[in-house]
Design a protein around this ligand. Structure first.
Ligand SMILES: Nc1ncnc2c1ncn2[C@@H]1O[C@H](COP(=O)(O)OP(=O)(O)OP(=O)(O)O)[C@@H](O)[C@H]1O
Ligand SMILES: [Mg+2]
Length: 245
């Protein structure tokens, strides 16, 4: 029996890179060197490797933040290699969620207002729906009681949980997290990894994490080890896909 349209869409990789290279023109550093990689929908992938090996650059080009010199990138079945800035902005806003090392919260907005931002930018939901979605996410990251606090009134772990709620609130298909635990102690770091991976597994979202944390390997379906702008090895992690206690 032929596959239905939905099944065909589901069986396609969510991200595909073919011989992607990138050199930063400022100092002629080749950050990515002919990287080919396929990521399936719903996968949790950890990118590891020493400082400067190209993890952030790789995440940025997969998130449409940065551009490549040569090669091909397909995201959600669509080639984005030659997309315009406006098309990439739209793609990021609709389909992607980002979590960064330094949280990147807006200091003049409350916790709830920070989380509401992606929905406000999309401009599709009524005020009541935005309120409900924000309340749901804040409850899931265990911060309902901090909704009216400002970022400066939170701990690092709390700030990162707000950033996670903000990255997830518009139900992105792909979540990119660059060193999400880099600014946290190991206990809070583990909590953040567990929260992100469990949430993305449950909602079948694809999660890409660049990290130095060995613990991340435990939470990922695959660990991609990088060195000098290349993929050195790809290992399935020891843990089967599922929910972590
Ligand atoms: N804007 C830039 N201009 C010039 N070179 C850059 C720029 N950003 C990164 N690089 C270089 O590209 C290489 C890869 O950097 P990248 O930030 O991707 O590494 P990383 O693996 O994320 O490192 P870290 O673990 O320290 O975050 C490095 O050699 C770096 O010096
Ligand atoms: Mg980095």
């Amino acid at each position: 029996m032929p596959l239905t349209k939905t099944e065909t869409a589901l069986s396609q990789p969510i991200i595909q890179l073919i011989e992607v290279s990138k050199t930063y023109s400022t100092h002629g550093v080749q950050a990515l060197n002919e990287i080919s990689l396929t990521i399936e929908p719903g996968e949790v992938v950890a990118f590891m490797g020493e400082s400067g090996c190209g993890k952030s650059t790789l995440l940025n080009i997969m998130g449409g933040i940065d551009r490549i010199d040569t090669g091909t990138i397909r995201l959600l079945g669509q080639e984005i290699t030659h997309s315009t800035d406006a098309q990439l902005t739209e793609l990021r806003r609709e389909k992607l969620g980002f979590v960064f090392q330094f949280f990147n919260l807006l200091s003049t907005l409350t916790v709830a207002e920070n989380v509401a931002l992606p929905l406000e930018l999309a401009g599709r939901d009524s005020a009541e729906t935005v309120f409900k979605k924000v309340a749901t996410l804040l409850s899931q990251v265990d911060l309902s009681e901090r909704a009216h606090f400002y970022p400066a009134q939170l701990s690092g772990g709390q700030m990162q949980r707000v950033a996670i709620a903000r990255a997830l609130v518009h139900e992105p298909q792909i979540v990119l997290a660059d060193e999400p635990t880099g600014n946290l102690d190991s206990k809070n770091g583990q909590r953040i990894l567990k929260l992100l991976t469990n949430y993305c597994h449950k909602h079948q979202q694809t999660l890409l994490i660049a990290t130095h944390s060995r613990a991340a390997a435990h939470y990922a379906d695959r660990v991609i080890q990088m060195r000098d702008g290349r993929i050195e090895s790809i290992d399935p992690s020891n843990t089967p896909t599922g929910t972590f206690a």
